[in-house]
Ligand binder design. Structure first.
Ligand code: SF4
Ligand code: SF4
Length: 235
């Protein structure tokens, strides 16, 4: 009995000693890790700091020699992107000068700022008699131009609209209407066909219609086709 008790005590003592040895090993690894961290961290920080200093110096040097990108408006007009959206305008038919608005009021309905007001012509069907846009409210989102079925309302590249009063920012149909030349430029830039071009193409594609003797387009026939489409022919 006494021997058994002694053996148990020995085992207990051995176990404690083993535990103590493994704890000592673990602590050594931890210490080693801490030492390494303390030694490496300052080095990485220094390298990182130097890199950022050189990066800053490089940016300064690079920009010291280049030309300034600021432009002195209004002495020099800024170059605008062709798709930039500024004041709104109403296209006319480039060939006839007729208004393209059919008073469908889609633009008026979709405008999130409620800054468009279209008044349909009381006598003439599918024509607007008045058209108002408050550029003081407009946020130039371009939604009205997206829904217009006749490509009438467009965003122009004219951004110089500063006025002394807010009332002057309300444009009526007279101020909104673009010239034939401006409308033609827009149609060409977008690659759209005018009503005359469409009528001419339709005529050329129709084999039942005879071509004129000289081989060109029969303008009388085109005018007749335009009349049938309800478009006044050019003078
Ligand atoms: S661009 Fe936008 S905010 Fe301006 S009139 Fe058109 S829909 Fe309204
Ligand atoms: S969507 Fe176009 S056609 Fe319709 S009212 Fe507006 S501008 Fe005129």
């Amino acid at each position: 009995m006494a021997i058994e008790t002694m053996e148990k005590q020995k085992t207990q003592v051995d176990g404690t000693s083993c535990q103590a040895t493994s704890t000592a090993k673990y602590d050594f690894a931890g210490h080693l890790e801490k030492i390494l961290e303390t030694a490496v961290k300052p080095v990485t920080r220094t390298v990182d700091g130097l890199y950022n200093i050189f990066l800053g110096m490089y940016t300064v040097l690079k920009n010291t020699t280049r030309d300034p990108i600021t432009s002195s408006y209004p002495t020099k007009m800024p170059e605008l992107y062709s798709r930039s959206r500024h004041r709104l305008g109403l296209n006319v038919d480039p060939d006839t000068g007729e208004h393209l608005c059919i008073a469908c009021k889609l633009c008026e309905r979709i405008c999130p700022d409620a800054c468009i007001s279209v008044i349909a012509h009381p006598d003439v069907k599918a024509k607007s008699s008045q058209f108002y846009i408050d550029h003081g409210l407009c946020m130039f989102c371009g939604l009205c131009t997206e829904v217009c079925p006749t490509d009438c309302i467009i965003n122009t590249v004219d951004f110089e609209m500063s006025t002394e009063t807010r009332e002057d920012l309300v444009y009526d149909i007279r101020k909104l209407t673009l010239t034939q030349e401006q409308s033609r430029n827009y149609f060409q830039m977008k690659g759209y066909k005018t009503k005359r071009q469409k009528a001419e193409e339709k005529l050329m594609a129709d084999p039942s219609k005879k071509a004129p003797a000289e081989g060109g387009i029969c303008h009388k026939a085109v005018d007749a086709a335009l009349d049938a489409m309800g478009v006044t022919a050019a003078a």
